[in-house]
Write a protein that binds this ligand. Structure first.
Ligand SMILES: *Cc1c(COP(=O)(O)O)cnc(C)c1O
Length: 364
């Protein structure tokens, strides 16, 4: 993918950047999603004119007309990706073209304009470059990047909007789960996240809105995450609120639910599928029921379960609870394959293991 011309983004100088002292305090142990860098990338879209007004400048509040259609009909999509520090100190992205492609798949589902993939990647690179000093100093830290797009047109009629804004913001990030739990505990929800024919495969805020009550319920019962079953039979395991799942059996094979439109096609999921198959493991993309999961955990046939996504990388699921009781997976802690695949993926992302797939893109 060709580099975008350097002058593609107009640079708006920051009038009052955060002082080095305050920034250093903020990036020492930022947690997840609470600390934000100084800048943002912004690009506007108008029907008939296309994408224009590309800039990189201060991260400031945005003003919207109260009739902006995102506020009423929720035309909004986003991506979640990270910049990683390589051993030589440079910063890199992991499979950013895959995020660009998924962003456009989400846009199409939500009747929004697509963004040229090289413009998406150039915008993310620009964001990393301008805020490279915000890279966290905590062990295992990364710069979390949030590209997103929403409808800005002031119009209350129901149809796809004619005006949109695309922004990228950055957030220095440490561990996603509090205290970096070695294994998480999940709650099986009675609620559904996505129905056949719905928007489950699009990375859109509405899916998260639907998951908030179930997530709050999981938290209030002392669990780390919520698990959704399919909306039709309430039987097949789909995914967590923001992570895909893999099941590992005692014969070394793995299963992950297939992408049938109600599950978000995770880039971590895809990367693990490739890494596992290259190791010679058998990985089946096929439906797996909650009853089978419980039975396999009890018999010992199921030895590990892993949850994966950009934010939390690869995390063991140790404990599963729901209205029908609870069960523990293996010893309740991370198993061998979870640990090995996590180390392999993190190693590739941070340059400690050779990137034989062309997944790592240097930023500077
Ligand atoms: C983003 C997301 C994932 C994980 O996708 P990655 O590309 O691996 O980060 C999984 N499920 C949902 C619902 C998501 O929004």
């Amino acid at each position: 993918m060709a580099d975008a011309p350097a002058n593609l983004f107009m640079t708006i100088p920051h009038p009052a950047p955060t002082s080095a002292d305050m920034r250093n305090a903020a990036i020492a142990d930022p947690g997840f999603g609470k600390v934000f860098s100084d800048h943002m990338v912004s690009i506007d879209y108008t029907d008939g004119k296309g994408w224009h007004n590309a800039s990189v400048g201060p991260r400031v509040p945005i003003s919207l007309d109260p009739a902006a259609s995102v506020l009423h009909y929720a035309q909004e999509i986003f991506e979640g990706m990270k910049a990683y520090r390589q051993a030589d100190g440079s910063l890199s992205l992991f499979r950013p073209e895959a995020n660009a492609a998924r962003f456009n798949a989400s846009a199409t589902r939500m009747a929004m304009p697509t963004l040229p993939e090289d413009l998406f990647v150039a915008a993310v690179r620009e964001q990393v470059r301008i805020d490279r000093d915000w890279f966290p100093t905590v062990e295992g830290g990364s710069l979390y990047l949030r590209p997103f797009m929403f409808a800005t047109e002031a119009f209350l009629g129901v149809r796809p909007a004619l005006e949109y804004k695309f922004l990228v913001i950055a957030s220095p990030a440490g561990n996603y789960f509090k205290s970096g739990s070695p294994a998480v505990s999940i709650w099986i929800s009675d609620y559904s996240r996505a129905a056949p024919g719905g928007t489950g495969a699009a990375k859109t805020g509405g899916n998260y809105a639907a998951s908030l009550i179930p997530t709050a319920e999981a938290f209030s019962r002392g669990h780390d995450q919520v698990l959704f079953l399919d909306a039709v039979e309430h039987k097949w395991v789909e995914e967590l609120g923001g992570m895909n799942l893999f099941f590992v059996f005692d014969d070394g094979s793995m299963v992950t639910p297939p992408l049938t439109g109600t599950i978000l096609p995770g880039i971590t999921r895809d990367s693990l599928l490739q890494l596992a198959r290259e190791e010679g493991l058998t990985v089946r993309e096929e439906p797996y029921s909650i009853d089978q999961w419980r039975a396999d955990a009890a018999s010992g046939k199921l030895v590990e379960t892993m949850a994966c996504g950009t934010a939390a990388v690869v995390t063991a699921v140790g404990h599963v609870a729901g209205p029908d009781g609870e069960f523990t997976i293996g010893s309740g802690g991370p198993g061998q394959l979870t640990t090995r695949l996590r180390e392999k993926l993190v190693g590739i992302q941070r340059g400690a293991i050779a990137d034989t797939h062309g997944w790592v893109m240097q930023v500077d």
